[in-house]
Unconditional design. Structure first.
Length: 129
C-alpha cells in the first residue's frame, strides 16, 4: 500500500498494457482504506483473518460487508481467501464477493496435480460454486 508516485505510475503503465493487478491480503497489516482509491488495482483479495469467523460472528460479517461495499465502490472485484467451507462461501457470495478460494474447493497442489484434478473434477452442488 505504500508506493511512491513513480512506483504507482509504473503499476498503472503495466495495467494499461493489459495486465490485471491484484492487491493481496487486504484488511490487515499496512492496508489503508483511504489509499485504496488511488491504487491502480483491479482486484482486492480479502485476508483470511477477515473470513475466519464470518459464520459465527456478527461483527466479522459487518466488517466484511463494509469492506465489500468500499472495494466495489472504487471499482474493484473481490476475492475472499482461505474459504474453508460451503457456509462461508455462501455468506461471502451473498455479501457480494466475486470469487472465493480455499479448501472449500481444494487444497494446495502442484501444477501437474492441478491439471489432473481439473480434468477429472466434477463440481459439487454448492450455491457458492
Amino acid at each position: 500500500m505504500e508506493c511512491s508516485e513513480a512506483e504507482l505510475a509504473e503499476i498503472a503503465a503495466i495495467r494499461a498494457e493489459g495486465a490485471s493487478i491484484a492487491l493481496d491480503d487486504f484488511g490487515t497489516g499496512f492496508s489503508n482504506i483511504a489509499r485504496l482509491r488511488a491504487m491502480p488495482v483491479d482486484r482486492v483479495k480479502l485476508d483470511q483473518t477477515l473470513i475466519a469467523d464470518i459464520e459465527t460472528s456478527e461483527e466479522a460479517r459487518v466488517v466484511v460487508q463494509a469492506l465489500v461495499h468500499l472495494i466495489k465502490g472504487v471499482g474493484c472485484s473481490i476475492v475472499a481467501e482461505s474459504v474453508e467451507n460451503a457456509a462461508q462461501a455462501d455468506l461471502l457470495r451473498a455479501m457480494g464477493c466475486d470469487s472465493v478460494q480455499g479448501y472449500v474447493y481444494a487444497g494446495p497442489m502442484s501444477e501437474n496435480e492441478f491439471l489432473s484434478w481439473s480434468a477429472h473434477h466434477v463440481p459439487a452442488s454448492r450455491s457458492a460454486a
